[in-house]
Design a binder for this molecule. Structure first.
Ligand code: SF4
Ligand code: SF4
Length: 115
């Protein structure tokens, strides 16, 4: 199976339905996380090969006036479950949280280009 061919065809079909999609990034979600993404500036698909470890670091760094849920300790919706951190908003979490790229050393998430 040629994943790159499948994803490229998927995007082309979407553009046929709505030509505006050619100007947009495309994200494929698995639940509330992104499984595959296409950045128009890169012009190629990437897939997530290592998932989020639920370390909570990114949500703790979501501070500042531009973030609506900001507290001095990070996002007010961050909750703990055992040793993991979870989003208390679950399926209602903002899209921006899923697509944010904070480039943190602690982050386990890895992306690989689809060839
Ligand atoms: S809304 Fe949820 S995912 Fe977004 S920063 Fe807060 S806890 Fe994290
Ligand atoms: S920093 Fe990375 S691994 Fe940790 S919660 Fe955020 S996305 Fe998940």
């Amino acid at each position: 199976m040629d994943l790159n061919k499948i994803l490229t065809e998927l995007r082309q079909q979407l553009i046929l339905i709505n030509p505006e999609y050619e100007k947009r990034d495309v994200f494929i979600f698995a639940g509330i996380d992104i499984a595959a993404r296409f950045f128009k500036n890169n012009g190629s698909w990437e897939v997530k090969t290592i998932d989020c470890s639920r370390c909570g670091t990114c949500c703790k760094k979501m501070t500042g006036k531009s973030f609506p849920f900001s507290t001095p300790d990070g996002c007010k919706h961050l909750i703990t479950s055992g040793n993991e951190y979870l989003c208390g908003l679950s399926y209602f979490r903002p899209n921006g949280c899923a697509v944010a790229e904070l480039d943190l050393e602690e982050c386990s998430v890895k992306w690989e280009p689809v060839k």
